[in-house]
Design a protein around this ligand. Sequence first.
Ligand code: UGA
Length: 427
Amino acid sequence: MKIGVIGTGYVGLTTGICLAELGNKVCCVDKKKRKIEDLKKGKIPIYEPGLKELLDKNKSRVSFTTDTKKCVESAEVIYIAVGTPAKPTGEADITQIEEVSRDIAGVLNDYKVIVEKSTVPVKTGEWVKRTIKLNVPQEVDFDVVSNPEFLREGSAIDDFLHPDRILLGVESKRAKNIMMELYKPLNAPFVITDIKSAEIIKHAANSFLALKISYINAIANICELVNADVISVAEGMGYDKRIGRQFLDAGIGYGGSCFPKDVSAFIKITEEFGYDFELLKIVEKINREQRKNFIRKIKKSLWILKNKTICVLGLSFKPNTDDIREAPSIDIIEALLKEGAHIKAYDPAAVARTREIFKEIDYKDNPYDAASESDALLILTEWDEFKNLDLKKIKEVMHQPIIVDGRNIFDPKKMAEMGFTYASIGR
Ligand code: UGA
């Protein structure tokens, strides 16, 4: 099939390249000229394992352009995958969705399926349809489909190619058949709903996962009060198939470009329709508090932070990405700098992006140089590289052997045996 993808962010780019892998001819469009120039040269603007290799493999089937018209005219299915960032008030800013809908309408020449791939508030599909109808120069048939994406950064390709389900919010049989044909090679179960339900499913799923994380973080705080172990508690809960072990890792809270934005957007959109989603407000509160708790933990270990050298290992919001959007590291580093601490930091992928925010940090090329002469070491992201650290060497190079682990990657007993003062979450 001929596919157009508008927007080359995480979702758009992965979708485009993976659809090419399935044998389709894909045209990806973005307004950012430099990005498109880079993509034409095979340069991927994000850190996503395997994406460059997959693009190289499928380069005969993927093209990049800044020309929406060119892309839309030839495509049978057009994906809208532009950003829906949070406004300062928390609601989703869907300006780009509206703009793209008008752009599509202006060049709509034939029946096409317009797919809402970006995460959007419920009823956006209705607006997209209305906007296109109002702006088409001549009468032309089209369908809007909601097809939310459930891929995670860091494992985007695998998530796209091996999804738990494919969600299609549709209004017509014609659009449903085209979309089912397109995704047939993935051999995954289809969930077919109306458009609004599909939009809600995406917000509800991300919010539920965020809720799971805040729930286990609340349990971690209780564990700390009574000297219990949150990892054992999560394991004991997780064996119950109705609960499941995934997303029960206590830590310094969720970050990234999805959960924080989607939870607040869901609260806002439901408020607009007259529902006060108090439950999700508490989810957000626990998430914010978890970062503050971590700062308290550091203070408990170090007492005064002023003029102390603190080593930060991990800057990205989770492993296998260079993304630092809403990363707990940002709030934590900001608080430490405010208290007058000196920071040395290392991350396998996210240093360049963090440098744009914090110029005053001493960035190092490896964890040992970052730990050298430091008064405490913080684990903020659970990269595999940190799980395999030579802790003997770390202890030797540190000024004092204090580790505050925000991701529970080490065994407290072993750390104590090695002579570390070790604090973690909920243990
Ligand atoms: C999330 C969802 O998992 C995807 O299904 C969805 O498609 C995506 O948002 C999206 O809406 O685009 P992502 O943000 O890439 O994916 O990352 P996750 O792996 O879900 O992690 C989110 C945050 O939760 C990270 O900060 C992670 O450290 C934290 N987390 C996750 C925990 O603190 N504990 C856990 O047990 C799991």
